[in-house]
Design a protein around this ligand. Structure first.
Ligand SMILES: [Zn+2]
Length: 414
């Protein structure tokens, strides 16, 4: 079926501006054409017309480049939940993201094969959720950051084995926890926990197999050696030096700062229903000001910056608002969550912009988010592979979306 979305504004994430009176034609789950003038759609044999309001804006479906779908928030007790329970979290968090206009997610670490199972269930349409890219278990040092989900490795031999184990699960990329973090009590944000021979062994095996390497690295002396050893993305990067940023720029390394995740712990960690321990909150408070400086220095240096949220869900708008609060334009923040994130995830061929040939993953919001980025919160419609899956705050996909209906069981052969 051919569908035309007409009127309203279009932010295609190519030019970085919105324009009025265009049309987007969808067919077989893809964007078939982008028209400058909606009247041209009359010649396209359209079967379904979707008229947007004049104040509405059509955008590419958003991409969140850093989530952990196994968790719902900062409640540390949930890390002890059983694997089947955490698997259900994946389904819930996937739907929450979809309802907020996020049509692609990158899960940055999960234990027990939960991310792999969920991705498989999505591909077989057992449930509905955004397109998903996974890394399996992050490689960590014994006793290092995120022991509850990491594959602990000591020495280059184990590092290679641990990496190959993830590759064997058909992951999309490899994740390494290089430094400590805010939310785990052991380690500090600027102290490396893995040695360079371990990190180099992981990067070597990942690249040999055509996978890129993402590192959790909050600051400290390990940044430059990691970049020089070939890492592809730096996550969090709270305490970045000018030297480190220049090195990232020279090597074309992407930066996903997750600004709001750190800020939220500092601002609201103590008010959570299960408050974070004071050690984590103090670490986050000390980190917020430095994070802003790192972000602005990265902007100035011209790094490709992505948008990611980390441990809570449906809050990509918080991240974009924080980017604007720290001094970025709304347009740049929107590009981070669309075009830049597609580049970071290596999926520019199918997502990130509204262009002919790409997947019909689209979002309609009320208001113009290039004028005020908070309009991204006013989700009206979400399209996933051309299907309208969210309409006015409700999941709206047809039963036919679930292509494996329950078969009636017959005993006739008895
Ligand atoms: Zn994370």
């Amino acid at each position: 079926m051919k569908t035309a979305i007409i009127n309203g504004k279009i932010f295609d994430a190519v030019s970085g501006t919105t324009r009025q009176n265009g049309a987007v034609i969808l067919e077989d789950g893809k964007i078939q054409a982008v028209l400058q003038d909606a009247r041209e759609a009359d010649r396209c044999c359209v079967e379904e017309w979707i008229q947007l309001g004049e104040e509405e804006c059509l955008l590419p479906g958003l991409i969140d480049a850093h989530v952990h779908l196994a968790f719902g928030g900062v409640d540390k007790r949930e890390k002890a939940d059983s694997a089947p329970y955490r698997q259900m979290r994946f389904i819930q968090n996937g739907i929450i993201n979809l309802m907020h206009g996020v049509t692609t997610l990158r899960d940055c670490g999960a234990a027990d094969g939960l991310d792999i199972n969920y991705k498989r269930a999505l591909s077989r349409r057992i449930t509905i959720g955004p397109h998903l890219y996974v890394c399996g278990q992050p490689l960590i040092a014994s006793g290092g950051h995120c022991t509850y989900m990491g594959r602990q490795v000591d020495g280059p031999y184990e590092a290679r084995k641990g990496t190959r184990e993830q590759l064997d699960k058909m992951v999309d990329f490899i994740k390494i926890m290089v430094t400590g973090g805010i939310s785990t009590p052991t380690g500090t944000p600027c102290t490396a926990q893995l040695k360079m021979d371990e990190i180099e062994a992981i990067i070597d095996i990942a690249h040999m197999n055509g996978k890129y390497v993402s590192v959790h690295l909050q600051g400290g002396d390990s940044l430059i050696p990691c970049v020089e050893a070939g890492v592809d993305t730096v996550e969090h990067g709270i305490f970045l030096t000018r030297e480190g940023i220049d090195c990232m720029k020279r090597h074309g390394v992407y930066y996903i700062p997750t600004l709001s995740a750190i800020k939220m712990i500092a601002d609201k960690g103590a008010e959570e229903s299960v408050p974070l321990d004071h050690v984590s909150i103090e670490k986050a408070k000390a980190a917020t000001a430095a994070h802003r400086e790192s972000f602005l220095a990265a902007v100035e240096a011209g790094l490709v910056i992505g948008a990611g949220t980390d441990y809570k869900h449906g809050i990509l708008a918080d991240e974009l608002e924080t980017m604007v609060e720290y001094g970025w334009t709304a347009k740049d923040a929107l590009l981070a969550a669309t075009r830049n994130n597609a580049q970071i995830l290596r999926i520019e061929d199918r997502a990130g912009t509204i262009e002919a040939g790409k997947d019909a993953d689209l979002l309609v919001v009320r208001g113009d988010p290039t004028q005020c980025v908070s309009h991204i919160r006013n989700v009206h419609m979400v399209f996933l592979d051309g299907e309208r899956v969210v309409q006015d705050g409700m999941l709206a996909y047809p039963l036919t979306y679930l292509v494996e209906p329950i078969q009636s069981i017959s005993n006739s052969g008895k």
